[in-house]
Design a protein around this ligand. Structure first.
Ligand SMILES: [Zn+2]
Length: 66
């Protein structure tokens, strides 16, 4: 499972739950470098580089000219 903190993304294979100040946290996702808990990233397999437009059509990233 992938997690993201403020400075990097990393993989955590096993997490335990702990309650600190009324919030549920996963101690394994804590990053000592930026002192934040990692946020779980859902992996979108097979959708890499594809952005869904608001109108429901799918465009490749290269089609979006800013
Ligand atoms: Zn970090």
């Amino acid at each position: 499972m992938k997690y993201k903190c403020k400075c990097k993304t990393f993989d955590v294979y096993k997490t335990t739950m702990k309650v600190v100040d009324g919030e549920v946290i996963n101690p394994e996702t804590y990053c000592k470098e930026c002192k934040t808990y990692g946020e779980y990233i859902k992996e979108h397999k097979g959708y890499g580089g594809i952005i869904k437009k608001p109108n429901g059509t799918i465009a490749k990233r290269s089609d979006l000219r800013m």
